[in-house]
Design a protein around this ligand. Structure first.
Ligand code: NAD
Length: 477
């Protein structure tokens, strides 16, 4: 059994104990992951601290070209890393392009693009004010050392979303992957750290306790966290002790609202992937679908046909469109929500009966005859189950979409863009997509409203969030 290593100060680091990483499609053990000790977390932060001044002092053009080199390494190693994503996370290998299943190759392509884009962005000095008496410039300074904590659903892509803009802005970083999907990230960092100065990018690995050690220290200048709201709240409480700023990308329960003038056939594919990409285990998936009475049956039938056409299995096998769920905890949550809906009288249009066997396979499931207030509607299912809620009056759909204490994304589907925009403006969500859902872009800021998080990632706004402003104010004669 292969044991994997953390990377600290450019060197492989083993730990006194390890834990197993398992394939969610087969249950097989894939490898052993070091369980970082508290001293090793301190050492990783010290390496990042030592490397930071020289990294920040490099000309911007050098950091840019080193990160473009990182993008090249990701591209060269995409096949190897995509296989790790599939083995460990479960999503099928899939492909890249409009007709391809968005799986592990798509994730690696995203890693490459989300490295190239921040590498190519600049944060020029802004003049906030100028008159005859004074000139006030806003310069952008790195925070220093960044602690990043990532989830298991898009393990490599989310790691890249955290790491690359942080480094681009002159910070150094220590990242902890999810304990469910560590190997892919440890391998990614091992490979890309090879083109970076030692200490600029480091890893630690383990469960929540290692994450807690990583953030409970004045040695961290900014925290980047992507994961559940419950963990986010715990990290925020720790951050408060040290007054450490944090970007929080937390859970959501995105509503998709179909307007009566939408064409069910035209929107079905977009709705399907909006809800079921990565088996619904995506922060900004459509998790509640509101449809008008007039279109209900047509939309449910289109979605059920698409669900039936998607082969599910071990994502390393050719032709597989849907993999297993990533872990038993998530599988159990989805099972519980569906069983409760069934017991309360909802209709399970398709799915709802897991096949059993060694993997965490749960069929694509559509649930109708369900309303707001049901647990499957109100709780984030984070799995391959979509509740379809009928509405008569769009005002009710809007009010229900805004009912919950989260607001990551939302979408509106219509043949009339202006009508859709008018609804979009009334939805309490960080992003509202029109005739698409979850289509994040490296140039476009992404972040949550309400309990879905603090701050944004991506684009110029995301890069700015990796810096603190410093004003240089000059008195003129
Ligand atoms: P999680 O909160 O259980 O774990 C996330 C990470 O936090 C893991 O690395 C874990 O080890 C670590 N952790 C756990 N307890 C900790 C603690 N006390 N201190 C520090 N670190 C700790 O989340 P998950 O189950 O991995 O991910 C699923 C959740 O993440 C869903 O709610 C989903 O919506 C959300 N998510 C949000 C986004 C986004 O961008 N908004 C993206 C992906 C996932």
């Amino acid at each position: 059994m292969q044991t994997f290593f953390n990377t600290v100060n450019g060197q492989p680091v083993a730990s006194p104990s390890t834990f197993e990483s398992k394939n969610p499609a087969t249950g097989e053990t894939l490898g052993l992951v070091p369980h970082s000790t508290r001293d090793q977390v301190v050492a990783a932060l010290a390496a990042a601290r030592a490397a930071q001044p020289a990294w920040a002092a490099r000309p911007d053009s050098e950091r840019k070209s080193l990160l473009l080199e990182v993008a090249r390494v990701i591209k060269d190693q995409a096949g190897y890393l995509a296989e790790w994503v599939t083995r460990e996370q479960g999503k099928p290998l899939g492909g890249v392009g409009p007709d391809q299943v968005p799986g592990a190759h798509f994730e690696l392509w995203g890693c490459e693009v989300w490295t190239q884009v921040p590498a190519s962005l600049d944060l020029p000095v802004e003049v906030a004010f100028e008159d005859d008496a004074r000139r006030d410039e806003v310069h952008r300074k790195p925070y220093g050392v960044i602690a990043a904590i990532a989830p298991w659903n898009w393990p490599l892509l989310i790691a890249i979303w955290q790491i690359v803009p942080a480094l681009r802005a002159g910070n150094t970083a220590v990242i902890k992957p999810s304990e469910y999907t560590s190997i892919g990230t440890l391998e990614l960092v091992r490979l890309i750290a090879g083109v970076l100065p030692p200490g600029v990018l480091n890893t630690v690995s383990g469960g929540g306790e290692v994450g807690a050690w990583l953030v409970d220290t004045p040695e961290v200048d900014k925290i980047l966290f992507t994961g559940s709201g419950a963990t986010g709240a715990r990290i925020a409480a720790t951050a408060a002790k040290h007054l450490t700023p944090a970007t929080m990308e937390l859970g959501g329960n995105d509503a998709a609202i179909v307007l009566p003038d939408a064409d069910p056939k035209a929107i079905a594919m977009g709705l399907f992937w909006g809800a079921f990409i990565n088996m619904g285990q995506t922060c900004a998936c459509a998790k509640r679908l509101y449809v008008p009475d007039s279109l209900h049956d047509a939309i449910v039938s289109e979605l059920a046909q698409l669900a039936a056409a998607m082969p599910m299995g071990d994502g390393l096998q050719p032709g597989v469109a849907m993999g297993p769920m990533q872990n038993r905890m998530q599988f159990d949550k989805v099972s519980r929500l569906v069983e409760r809906a069934r017991a309360d009288g909802a209709t399970i249009v398709c799915g709802g009966e897991p096949p059993g066997g060694p993997g965490h396979f749960y069929p694509l499931t559509l649930v109708t005859g369900i309303a707001d207030g049901a647990a499957l509607v109100d709780e984030e299912q984070f799995g391959p189950v979509l509740p379809v809620i009928r509405y008569r009056d769009v005002e009710d759909a809007i009010a229900n979409a805004n009912r919950l204490d989260v607001g990551l994304g939302a979408s509106v589907w219509s043949s009339d863009i202006e009508k859709a925009k008018a609804v979009a403006q009334r939805l309490a969500a960080g992003t509202v997509w029109i005739n698409q859902h979850g289509m994040v872009h490296p140039m476009v800021p992404f972040g949550g409203a309400k309990g879905s998080g603090w701050g944004v990632e991506f684009g110029v706004e995301g890069l700015k969030s990796m810096t603190r402003p410093q004003v240089i104010s000059v008195k003129k004669n």
